[in-house]
Design a protein around this ligand. Structure first.
Ligand code: WT7
Length: 588
């Protein structure tokens, strides 16, 4: 294989990398030792939010800033570790008063507002389960997730509640309380003011009583078939959050750290809340949406040391041009990393040339809970490669055998990326779907559904997905939700969704629709269907393009062959599918 490597030289005065000798760290690693760095609660307890806040306060670091919040209208608010500890205590006390406790799900549907952080941490302290929902989801994805999670409490804003939840409340019998972050007093039965209720609570609370294997986080993710699945994570995951923050992101106490991912998704929770706080860093949260000039100003003014972002954002920065970066002093930046989609070599090199920091690609999934494969600060980068497994993580390229076993493949051979089961942040199940969980494992390995290769030096290279899930602007979208909503329209007989390559979003959602007899394809109908889907699914999930077809290609058993739709889109002859992924998915 032909690759170039980027070697790096530390700037004068920069601290040495946290991971200095990769091979030695792997050889001597044990999860037990990593676990021992955390503070166990009375008995054998462990709690993510305690590790993230109170532990620092008790160690005398309570006055360090934990959160710098930048509002979209120019506000700047800071919260120390002690303040976050008190706020989350209050929220935990409030939950307890509402009768919410161990294992109950608390959902948040909000943008990047300070209340979200108090909610996440307070929920964990109360022993309940935090489940984030992306605020750009429409009513349909929100309802499915609230319903499947059996959420008892929802924290949201007035506008989001009115647009996405209120009219569906009858379909959500488990949802006892909605707390509005911008409502005053009692709003209506079952809807209260977050702040009014919080004001009645005490700052104090005895240490949480959770155990390492208690459910802590629930993250929804999509597959090819069926509704989204809720991946269960437990408090023990914090062992991996802390370790990967330190080794893969090079985080150290009092670093200024910025993760641009939204906390409506797993990255924004694992690395936008837990990993930075557990490592004692100061995290920057920007409420506003992407804007190149604003982003450079934040990197400069907040003197960000460690930056974790995504290829979609990097592509947009590249589009804005090097000129936009020119007058900004980015000298504080010590480490830049990327996740979520393929990061091409151009992106890595652009970081080096424009930010003076190459982007270090990292790979993981909702199911893995934490970074599993990374390019490390101490090592040369192979641009285009996802890097090497974390100490404590064993990764391999495998092929599934028909008998249910697996074969390990040789370097250079393309196969499915698998991880040996057993790291602390590995998901412990899909909520109420034991069968689907079981199917993710073979011979003691977790099968990721990603296709990749490994080179002779152990670096992993991403190839594609083995199923029909796509990434649009870094967000995962499965065909099920999109196709189902389109089929609810009276004119639609069948619908199929694919990811269409896009210069900025990576892929955009494109739908193919066959109409029912009596309906004719027209521009007006296309617009109507796109609008229909957008109203229900929201801008994060809805198709951006829609094409009418006479009928959809299907297998003999009636499954839509989306790879043929992709071939058609890419202008490939249907016979030449060499660049496309497999037909059969792990869920088929
Ligand atoms: C899927 C997981 C991103 C972690 C949290 C979101 C794709 C992830 C990379 C990468 C190419 C990547 C994979 C993976 N992906 N990182 N560095 N290069 N593809 O997790 O939403 O469950 O997405 O994102 O296909 O399976 P997620």
């Amino acid at each position: 294989m032909d690759w170039k490597t980027i070697r790096k030289t530390a700037k004068p005065g920069e601290p040495a990398p946290n991971l200095i000798d990769y091979a030695a760290a792997r050889a001597s690693f044990s999860w037990e030792a990593a676990r021992a760095e955390l503070e166990r609660l009375p008995g054998t307890g462990l709690n993510i939010a305690y590790e993230a806040t109170d532990r620092h306060v008790y160690a005398g670091r309570g006055e360090i800033v934990a959160l710098i919040w930048l509002g979209k209208n120019g506000e700047r608010q800071t919260f120390t570790y002690a303040e976050l500890a008190r706020l989350s205590n209050r929220f935990a006390n409030l939950l307890e008063r509402l009768g919410i406790g161990k294992g109950d799900r608390v959902c948040a549907l909000a943008g990047r507002i300070p209340e979200l952080y108090a909610t996440a941490l307070g929920t964990l302290k109360a022993g309940a389960v935090f489940c984030p929902l992306f605020s750009a989801f429409g009513p349909e994805p929100v309802r499915i997730r609230l319903s499947k999670s059996q959420a008892r409490v929802l924290v949201t804003t007035k506008a989001l509640y009115e647009r996405k939840v209120r009219h569906q409340r009858d379909d959500l019998p488990d949802l006892a309380q909605v707390l509005l972050t911008d409502g005053d007093g009692l709003v209506e039965p079952g809807v209260s003011s977050f702040h009014a209720l919080l004001a009645e609570e005490s700052d104090h609370r005895s240490p949480p009583r959770t155990l390492p294997e208690d459910m802590a986080l629930l993250h929804f993710t999509s597959g090819t078939t069926g509704a989204p699945k809720g991946a269960i994570h437990v408090h023990d995951a914090v062992v991996a959050h802390r370790l990967t923050g330190r080794l893969a992101l090079d985080l150290r106490p009092a670093d200024i750290y910025w993760c641009t991912a939204d906390p409506g998704w797993v990255t924004g929770v694992s690395y936008g809340i837990v990993a930075p706080l557990v490592n004692g860093a100061t995290m920057v949260v920007d409420e506003a949406e992407f804007d190149a000039r604003r982003w450079y100003a934040i990197l400069e003014q907040e003197r960000v040391n460690v930056w974790y972002t995504a290829p979609t954002a990097i592509r947009m920065l590249m589009k804005a041009g090097a000129e936009a970066a020119r007058w900004h002093d980015l000298s504080a930046l010590r480490f830049a990393a990327s996740v979520g989609e393929p990061l091409n070599p151009e992106g890595v090199l652009w970081g080096r040339d424009v930010l003076s920091q190459p982007f270090h690609d990292t790979w993981w999934q909702t199911e893995t809970g934490a970074i599993m494969i990374a390019n490390y600060r101490s090592q040369a980068i192979r641009p285009g490669s996802m890097g090497q497994p974390l100490p404590g993580v064993e990764a391999a390229i495998i092929r599934r055998r028909p008998d249910g076993g697996i074969d390990r493949l040789s370097p250079g051979e393309e196969g499915e990326l698998a991880l040996r089961a057993g790291w602390p942040s590995m998901f412990r199940g899909y909520l109420n779907d034991e069968e689907r969980y079981r199917r993710c494992f073979a011979d003691g390995w977790y099968l990721s559904g990603d296709l990749a290769t490994q080179d002779t030096d152990g670096y992993f290279w991403f190839v594609g997905r083995s199923d029909d899930v796509i990434k649009t602007s870094g967000h995962m979208v499965g065909p099920f939700e999109v196709e189902n909503v389109l089929m609810e329209h009276l004119a639609v007989a069948e619908a199929g969704m694919i990811g269409k390559p896009d210069a900025f979003a990576g892929q955009i959602v494109k739908a193919f629709v066959a109409l029912k007899p009596g309906y004719t394809a027209s521009d007006a109908l296309r617009k109507e269907l796109l609008g229909f889907a957008r109203t229900r699914l929201g801008p994060a999930v809805a198709p951006r393009e829609l094409e009418f077809v006479a009928d959809l290609p299907k297998t003999r058993s009636g499954k839509i062959m989306r790879r043929l739709l992709r071939a058609r889109e890419l202008g490939l002859p249907p016979g030449d599918l060499s660049t496309l992924e497999n037909d059969e998915t792990k869920e088929d």
